[in-house]
Design a protein around this ligand. Structure first.
Ligand SMILES: O=C(O)C(=O)C[C@]1(C(=O)O)C=C[C@@H](O)C=C1
Length: 582
């Protein structure tokens, strides 16, 4: 089980620890105005309230969930019978029934579901979260007001015992939070197997009413006679159910047999409930995973998305920012974005966006990038007076273009495949695009020159981003990416780096970016003048998992020197065999 432990270091510095790994240390303004600590506390508060409600519900379950008690009661009778016959353990009716005291697997399941989903809420970027009613239970009723308070969407799943709870609201939408849950309808699918359960559900509201008006006594005898009444209802309704046609089932569905005056909604017209499968983490092999990438089909980023998640649904986005937001808004499950190229260097925009957004790095892929020079059919190199592409691609092919005698204008566009599409769509006979062979195929262009990158081992590293971090492992090679800032300028950098060096942790990358919240630090006095130092944020990748004690100790030390520290992700290293682009 994942455990979040928020704790405070000083008044304005916050630390959030996940499974022993420091997830975030820093001041609010440095993390884009987002405060994890407060949110975790709010979630924990809600969580404890829900557990409390659940406990109350459990204590009253005998009264408000008669169908369960009927089942227990029949077991109880069987035990009594056994006792009378002197078989097995003797049943003492003066003692509380142990089966009633024991929490049912369903309730345990509900607790776990809530716990997991609330932790999910803790790390999601929005207030929207999901509440999953695993079965028809009193807790469903008790929790409805809380959905609104917690700004959660309610999801009614199918249940193993044939009940379906459906929260209907005028503003019910699948992708957004439930605004004001008003009506709670219990749907019971009356399949022959579930008939008894269905009839019991139909009888349930009556019992609940009795309870609230004090009709059911608290003593065991009162309770048993209530059960007897309910049991007879179950029997008669079971007979009805057995006889009933599909139309009758709709009446039973709404819990009041024979009253067609109720505004009934045919089952097939109701929105299809999300199931637990819709909420569970996406399969690791990537099938049906929606993966956002920047560019249009044929871009290298699309190929990287396919390498990271084979069989995924790749979603093209016109900007990096859009890909980040697609994941945050649940339009996509993952984003795959380039961060550095072996020739062109870092893609700074994505480093800045990593800090501005709340996504976690959950993996990396290294893609050999094999560039082609593309032009319209019939166009020759001599006709060209312009080459267009993504700035990275232009810089990766700079020398080769010159060698090919193409001392023509270079123009940067958003992505390589977009450049190919532009040439084709505008029928540009004087312009070539640098893009992939797949882009040539997709946009009907000819390959004028193949493998024009300046180095055959041209590789771009992409990171996979998700709303949730993954649990760090120590049995396979892992990498961790962090970002930090410090108040005392670059002088602290040595101390920070030595925290890793002393523990034999290799660094694979250091990148510095302007500290946009505090770009300049003034040092000096009136006599000497004022030095204006630029302030930086440092991005460091190191070869260790956050599950590794060495990494945890190194970060604990780094934290001493830094004013802000955030773990961007701890993820498996791409260990695929090396295959150069040429
Ligand atoms: O334009 C594309 O095809 C991209 O996927 C972008 C991108 C990049 O941003 O570096 C990806 C890989 C190559 O290095 C060139 C361009």
């Amino acid at each position: 089980m994942v455990a979040c432990e928020p704790c405070c270091k000083t008044d304005d510095t916050r630390i959030v620890v996940l499974n022993g790994a420091i997830l975030q240390v820093g001041k609010n303004e440095e993390t884009g105005g987002f405060c994890t600590l407060e949110r975790v506390c709010v979630v924990m508060l809600k969580l404890s309230m829900l557990f409390w409600i659940e406990r109350c519900a459990r204590m009253r379950r005998r009264v408000v969930e008669p169908w369960r008690s009927i089942e227990q009661d029949s077991r109880l009778k069987a035990k009594q019978e056994e006792g009378r016959r002197g078989v097995g353990v003797r049943f003492d009716p003066t003692q509380p029934n142990p089966t009633i005291q024991k929490p049912s697997p369903t309730l345990t399941y509900i607790n776990h579901t809530f716990y997991l989903l609330f932790l999910k809420l803790a790390s999601s970027t929005r207030t929207t979260s999901f509440c999953h009613f695993s079965t028809f239970s009193p807790s469903s009723f008790f929790l409805i007001p809380f959905l609104d308070i917690c700004k959660m969407q309610c999801i009614a799943p199918s249940s193993s015992i044939g009940f379906k709870s459906i929260i209907k609201t005028p503003s019910y939408t699948v992708s957004h939070r439930l605004a004001h849950p008003k009506i709670n309808t219990i749907q019971c699918v009356a399949s022959p197997l579930d008939a008894a359960a269905a009839a019991a559900a139909a009888a349930a509201p009556a019992a609940t009413n009795n309870f609230t008006s004090g009709g059911v006594g608290k003593s065991r005898t009162d309770w048993q006679s209530s059960c007897a009444i309910l049991a007879s209802k179950v029997e008669s309704q079971q007979q009805n159910t057995d006889k009933s046609s599909g139309a009758d089932k709709i009446t039973v569905v709404n819990g009041v047999n024979g009253h067609s005056s109720l505004d009934l909604i045919p089952v097939n017209k109701l929105p299809k409930p999300l199931t637990i499968a819709d909420l569970s983490p996406a399969p690791s092999h990537g099938s049906s995973l929606r993966v956002a990438y920047q560019g249009v089909p044929g871009a290298y980023s699309e190929a990287a998305a396919g390498k990271a998640y084979p069989n995924c649904d790749a979603i093209p986005c016109d900007q990096f920012e859009v890909a980040f937001q697609a994941v945050e808004l649940w339009i996509a499950d993952r984003a795959v974005l380039p961060v550095e190229n072996s020739l062109g260097g870092s893609i700074h925009r994505n480093y800045d966006l990593l800090l501005r957004h709340r996504l976690h790095i959950v993996g990396e892929v290294q893609l050999p990038v094999h560039h082609c020079l593309l032009a319209l059919p019939g166009v020759r190199k001599e006709y060209l007076n312009r080459v267009i592409s993504h700035p990275q691609a232009l810089s990766q092919c700079e020398l080769t273009l010159t060698k090919l005698g193409l001392n023509v204008t270079r123009e940067a566009v958003d992505d390589t495949a977009g450049a190919a599409e532009f040439v084709a769509a505008n029928n540009l006979r004087d312009t070539a695009a640098i893009a992939s062979a797949r882009a040539a195929e997709l946009y009907g262009l000819n390959i004028l020159a193949d493998g024009i990158q300046d180095d055959s081992s041209n590789v771009t590293r992409f990171v996979m981003l998700a709303r949730e971090p993954i649990i760090p492992r120590t049995d396979i090679p892992f990498k961790t990416s962090i970002v930090f800032a410090h108040d005392k300028g670059t002088s602290v950098l040595f101390k920070v780096l030595s925290a890793f060096a002393f523990r034999n942790i290799s660094l694979t990358k250091i990148e510095s970016r302007p500290h946009r919240n505090r770009p300049i630090r003034l040092v000096g006095d009136e006599n000497v003048g004022t030095a204006k130092h630029f302030e930086y944020l440092f991005y460091v990748d190191f070869e260790a998992s956050m599950g590794d004690v060495r990494a945890q100790n190194a970060l604990a030390e780094v934290q001493e020197f830094t004013s802000f520290l955030r773990v961007l992700g701890s993820y498996p290293m791409d260990m695929t065999p090396w295959s150069p682009s040429r």
